[in-house]
Ligand binder design. Structure first.
Ligand code: NIG
Ligand code: FE
Length: 419
């Protein structure tokens, strides 16, 4: 090994014993009675068996032991909607909004997404990597084992490429599953603003040049659009979806955040993995999402930061049986959040999710929103070893405390990265 390379974290292979499984977040090979402690067997970085310690198959008995000390164990957390790679920050807009300006007013005054575009274009790939590293480290330190990272602050081929390359490099450098999402249709780039046909010309560029080039470079796991009055129309959104479909890439959508544009129903028609924000989602949108198996991604950090008062239709989503995920939406404008557990807390407090819904929202349902439902978001035999041991007595505490990180030990990609 190259002597300058960091030593890899220790292997998690062995029997993890004296654990308590969080309800609904593990699939045991043998049912675990409430009074019994659980064991999780890891071999070759993969979970091989989950069940009561008393029923451990004899073949696993010689493996090394990792004492869990009675900790609660959950799958590694999944943050399924982030804009983690960008230059600069926007604390000034925070001040403007406190003084009464709305998100739309800030955007129309030349702030908003476009101000992050300026700073992102000015930064080199290495600078963007160095800026994003501590943000990602903060999320990982709280147990995130898979994360989505969007582009959308470059808005030109070379700069979108830079963002997506940084996202890939982050995954490799920190040993975490990263799903990249191309969000070229996030905002109209300044050089197109005010031009007749500017929006259509830019969408053509997104569909015919940027997306095919970035996809060919293996940088695009999914395609997203900001469908909104201050961003792109329904018709423009559909053009981007068609381009994605031609390349066989799944889509997702920033839908109905500030108004009901009918975006969710369109996204569902394209089999979208998820519709995100959805404060203004209609009953038709809900029905379409249910039929398509599209996940509803709730972003309480943006709702809170924008001091929004229009709640997403939680009760109707619940009644329809649409899976709900919860994410940080980490971004410099509307959600500078670096704690997924805090989002779970806010999803309960602000949106009235139940605790089991919030915990499924940051694990199993978040994995589904990324197309990772077969590998992440559940502790089960055959899946890569990604799990977290928590210093809490009951699962509800994960959504109850805030401003506190109870992650005692973290196993990510089969390695003990904390504890
Ligand atoms: O998810 N809604 C659009 N995109 C981001 C905000 C981006 C920004 O303001 O920089 C969001 O909230
Ligand atoms: Fe977003």
């Amino acid at each position: 090994m190259n002597p300058t390379e960091p030593t890899p974290a220790p292997s998690a292979d062995g029997v993890w014993e004296d654990l308590r499984l969080a309800p609904g977040l593990a699939q045991a090979d043998v049912p675990v009675p409430a009074t019994d402690s659980a064991s999780v067997v890891v071999q070759g970085g993969v979970v091989r068996w989950v069940g009561p310690s008393s029923a451990l198959p004899a073949g696993y008995a010689p493996l090394p032991r990792h004492g869990g000390g009675g900790a609660l164990v959950t799958p590694g957390l999944v943050d399924c909607h982030t804009h983690l790679v960008y230059g600069g920050q926007r604390a000034n807009e925070f001040a403007m909004r406190l003084a009464g300006a709305s998100y739309e007013e800030v955007a129309r005054a030349g702030g908003g997404i476009v101000s992050s575009v300026r700073a992102t274009r000015e930064a080199s790939e290495d600078e963007l990597f160095a800026l994003a590293l501590p943000r990602l480290s903060a999320l990982l330190n709280e147990g995130v084992c898979a994360i989505e990272i969007k582009s959308g602050y470059g808005l030109a081929l070379e700069h979108e490429r830079k963002q997506l390359r940084v996202a890939r490099r982050l995954g490799e450098a920190l040993g975490v599953t990263v799903r990249t999402t191309f969000l070229g249709a996030h905002a109209l780039p300044p050089e197109y603003a005010g031009k007749p046909q500017g929006s259509q010309d830019y969408i053509d560029l997104v569909c015919h040049e940027m997306l095919p080039a970035l996809a060919a470079e293996g940088l695009v796991d999914a395609v997203d659009v900001f469908c909104e009055r201050i961003a792109f129309t329904l018709a423009e959104t559909e053009q981007v979806f068609q381009a994605a479909r031609q390349l066989g890439i799944p889509v997702k959508l920033h839908a109905e955040q500030l108004s009901d544009m009918g975006g969710a129903a369109l996204a569902a028609r394209y089999g979208a993995l998820s519709c995100d924000h959805i404060e203004h989602l209609s009953q038709d949108g809900i029905a379409a999402m249910k039929a398509a198996g599209t996940v509803a991604v709730l972003l309480p950090g943006a709702y809170y930061t924008l001091r929004d008062t229009h709640l997403p239709p939680i009760e109707q989503l619940r009644a329809a049986g649409v899976p709900m995920a919860v994410s940080t939406d980490h971004n410099p404008g509307t959600s500078p959040a670096l704690s997924l557990l805090l989002m779970a807390n806010m999803a309960c407090t602000l949106f009235r999710l139940t605790v089991p819904e919030a915990l499924a929202g940051i694990t199993t349902h978040a994995a589904r929103a990324l197309g990772l439902q077969d590998t992440h978001g559940l502790i089960a035999a055959g899946r890569p070893a990604n799990f977290v041991l928590w210093s809490v007595r009951e699962a509800a505490e994960l959504a109850y405390w805030f401003g506190n990180n109870p992650a005692r030990a973290i196993v990510r990609q089969g390695r003990i990265v904390k504890g």
